[in-house]
Design a protein around this ligand. Structure first.
Ligand code: 6R9
Length: 781
């Protein structure tokens, strides 16, 4: 977009309860000279972001609301929250995920008056795919999408049955009157229950591998593996991958693993990790992958929840310049599990000699087995266990608002059909694409879009063991050129961190193979979007900003590249079959341009079916808050074009570098420290991570504040959860702001963490309002 197009027209009316604030006026000239700028009037504020271009010199637009906002904001292209007659506390933190530069100016300081702000010309930032891109795109117009979308919601059974018939089914699903799904999402009508393709028998491993080999694609590369260090690599064809999966599945069977048994996997990004998942799926075992960045305690908690008899791990891994001894962590976890009365029979350990050698690995005879000593001796063929579409495929633990992680349970058929279809359309996948997803298999993205979705489409996939900035900030683009990657899928936190190193490490590499870019994990701020688009993609590659969750199994709101114009920062439109509803505090669906809680009002094939061992929690968390809907836990705005703008979590979950962390989990880790009496954790805007973790800690009486104690508290969190959950800031708190009924007022803590001290709001309902001043006084102590 040319500079000249970037004049903004800002016009908004303050809601009546802000009438005491000084309204203000900004001229276009001021905009230009003061970027980036945030204008705040009392509780109203917005920020105007710098965008892409070289080093962010181009001015891009976007207004981000981070507090109570007037209804008029609803027309802006960035997340904004209308609060009707003036905003409720419930909406006050909808914008917590705002990232990027933010400067707050108080309207009163600007010395301006008037009731309406009116300046400049609004031109929305829109990005349209080239004719050349559209000429080969699977979906090349909004009309084509609209027709397919209409069918997907009017006749979901017909729509999904047609797609499902492209997969191999040992037995076709039972269908009465063409119905292929049954669902109750309304707690008022009894138990929540979702089924798709019930009675159909299939196997996702068979569909991911055997089906392609049988179709003559055995020699196609399935995985290009790129090691932590440049020059260390490997590749596997579909046929070789199938053989490796069969060998491991035979070994597992030999160990007595049967259909329905859980298998825990705690491994780094070696190809053995997706091989392990596929081997489980082949024999009907339920894989439970635990991200190999979780601590021994977190791992043991997950093992105790699903009780596997076998754990698969690796001696260690090198991540960047660090060596992590994974087997030691597993040993600790298994010790802890044993102290809880549960024994894991076998620990199959892959020797990753480049990180930790066999001789340097502690060993428990009888329980521990070297992978390489046994698995290659097994036959390269293995029978497939045919699974009912509703048989469990995997468990994946995710954080919620309470301390105990939730074991999200996905089943076979619907998940298979959904991940494959979303992958194909959202990335405009063509057979000759080379696809790279930087996610780890320890998270849902690694399940759905590094393993199953792309393999089901017969794609060639890059698996990367390392980190994006090792040995330098050009590594990603070096890998893109090395494998001629055409579809690149990563997270905003990685983009922001690479952006910090400037354009040179990008420009040094050609990247001409790139065709489509993807983003996932958190809202992508427009300036990062612009940099990704302009610098990484040379303003040529559409960006699919895919909104979805562990619970949804696959993409829910996402661009289909080539289908419609993109707006930086918006996930745009719902995928086929997805019916979003924006709901207000009263649980009423609101229509048109609006902001509120994002819900989904009809079932889709990829949705989770329950939480492991806790169907009641499944219902209370996702279906009880807004009756008749699936509640995502995210805030959202819909603009005049029907585009969705995700604004972050509205519950007590913090999204750190795209990792969901429950505040309660961090709090419980902190209070486990012998000198901690109480802790309250909130998120705060973090330039790279999106959100950081800010912990208010009350010590036991008589304990002195010290840097050493701070480090030891942070360490408690590293031990209980994992290094990625370590608090960025510990704020000493002689007390916490509580209501008379003892409820911590996190709203106040969030404001203190964000240094928005003039926006604390009403503190008179606190049991002891003086605590607020004490906390402010200790802010940087
Ligand atoms: C896939 C994944 C889910 C939460 C979700 C939301 C945030 C993910 C997003 C996004 C805005 C996107 N989120 N993708 N927010 N735009 N494109 O990340 O799953 O780990 O379960 O996290 O992540 O807040 O609710 P999960």
């Amino acid at each position: 977009m040319a500079m000249a197009d970037l004049l903004l027209r800002v016009r908004f009316q303050l809601p009546h309860n802000f009438s005491s604030c000084s309204p203000f006026a900004i001229t276009p000239v001021q905009f230009m000279h003061s970027m980036p700028l945030v204008v705040a009037a009392g509780g109203v504020c917005c920020d105007i972001r710098r965008g892409g271009g070289d080093g962010g010199r181009k001015l891009a637009m976007g207004i981000m609301a981070s507090s109570y906002l007037p209804r008029a904001f609803a027309r802006w292209p960035m997340p904004a929250h209308s609060s009707g007659s003036g905003g409720s506390a419930a909406f006050a933190h909808l914008g917590k995920n705002s990232t990027g530069d933010r400067f707050v100016l108080n309207a009163a300081d600007m010395g301006v008056t008037g009731a309406v702000v009116d300046a400049a010309e609004e031109v929305e930032d829109r990005v349209v795919a080239s004719d050349e891109f559209r000429s080969t795109a699977l979906i090349s117009s909004r009309e084509q999408y609209a027709a397919m979308y209409r069918r997907s919601v009017e006749d979901p059974d017909g729509f999904w049955a047609d797609i499902a018939s492209h997969f191999y089914w040992k037995t076709k699903w039972q269908s009465e009157d063409g119905k292929i799904h049954s669902a109750n999402m309304d707690v008022r009508n009894g138990q929540v229950a979702i089924e798709w393709f019930k009675g159909g028998e299939t196997n996702i491993c068979y569909n991911s591998l055997d089906r392609h080999v049988e179709a003559g694609l055995g020699d196609k590369i399935a995985f290009f593996w790129e090691g932590n260090d440049p020059g260390v690599d490997d590749k596997l064809t579909y046929k070789e991958l199938l053989e490796r999966v069969c060998q491991l599945s035979n070994y597992l069977r030999d160990q007595g693993v049967k259909k329905g048994d859980a298998v825990a996997i705690y491994m780094p990004m070696l190809v053995e990790l997706p091989i392990a998942m596929l081997a489980c799926a082949r024999i009907g075992a339920v894989h439970s992958v635990v991200f190999a960045g979780f601590s021994a305690e977190a791992l043991s908690q997950r093992i105790l929840d699903c009780r596997p008899n076998i754990v698969l791990t690796t001696s260690g891994v090198r991540r960047g310049s660090k060596v992590i001894k994974l087997k030691e962590i597993v040993d600790d976890a298994l010790q802890h599990v044993l102290s809880e009365g549960f024994a894991v029979g076998t620990c199959l350990t892959y020797a990753n000699d480049s990180a930790v050698k066999r001789e340097d690995t502690a060993w428990q005879k009888g329980r521990d087995i070297w992978w390489q000593d046994v698995v290659p001796n097994y036959p390269k063929e293995s029978a497939v266990e045919w699974m009912d579409a509703e048989d469990t495929l995997f468990l994946l633990y995710t954080s919620g608002s309470t301390g105990k992680p939730k074991g999200v349970l996905h089943t076979t058929g619907g998940y298979m059909v959904y991940t494959a279809t979303t992958f194909k359309y959202a990335f405009d996948y063509h057979d000759d694409d080379i696809y790279w997803c930087t996610a780890d298999c320890g998270w849902i993205t690694g399940h759905s879009y590094l393993t199953y979705g792309p393999l089901l489409n017969g794609a060639s996939i890059v698996v990367f063991e390392g980190v994006p900035n090792y040995p330098d900030a050009g590594r990603c683009w070096e890998i893109v050129d090395k494998y001629k990657v055409s579809i690149f899928y990563t997270a905003p936190t990685a983009i922001r961190s690479l952006m910090q190193s400037g354009n040179e490490p990008v420009k040094r590499h050609s990247r001409k193979s790139l065709r489509v870019l993807g983003s996932v994990g958190e809202p992508i701020n427009p300036s990062a979007w612009r940099w990704y688009y302009d610098v990484v993609g040379d303003a040529r590659c559409p960006i699919s900003d895919t909104w979805w969750q562990t619970e949804t199994g696959g993409f829910m709101i996402t661009p289909l590249p080539g289908g419609w114009p993109l707006k930086p920062g918006s996930a745009t439109l719902p995928f086929f079959g997805v019916q979003p509803a924006i709901v207000n505090e009263n649980g009423l669906e609101i229509s048109g341009e609006c902001s509120g809680y994002l819900c989904i009002k009809a079932p889709w094939p990829g949705m989770m079916r329950t939480l492991q061992g806790d169907h009641a929690r499944y219902e209370t968390t996702y279906f009880a808050p807004f009756k008749g809907f699936y509640f995502s836990g995210d805030g959202c705005r819909r603009d005049k074009d029907g585009y969705y703008w995700l604004t972050g979590r509205v519950d007590d979950v913090i999204n750190v570098s795209g990792h969901r962390i429950g505040t309660a989990e961090v709090e419980s880790a902190l209070v486990s420290h012998p000198q901690c009496a109480e802790a309250a954790v909130v998120g705060f805007d973090h330039e790279i991570k999106g959100q950081g973790i800010y912990a208010f800690v009350t010590l036991l009486e008589g304990v002195e504040y010290s840097q050493q104690l701070r480090a030891s508290l942070v360490n408690a969190v590293r031990t209980h959860i994992g290094p990625f959950a370590a608090p960025d800031k510990i704020h000493w708190a002689p007390g916490l702001p509580k209501t008379r009924s003892g409820k911590i007022m996190r709203r106040i803590l969030r404001k203190i963490a964000a240094k928005q001290l003039d926006e604390l709001g009403d503190i008179s309902t606190l049991a002891d309002p003086s605590i607020v001043d004490q906390l402010i006084g200790l802010r940087d102590k």
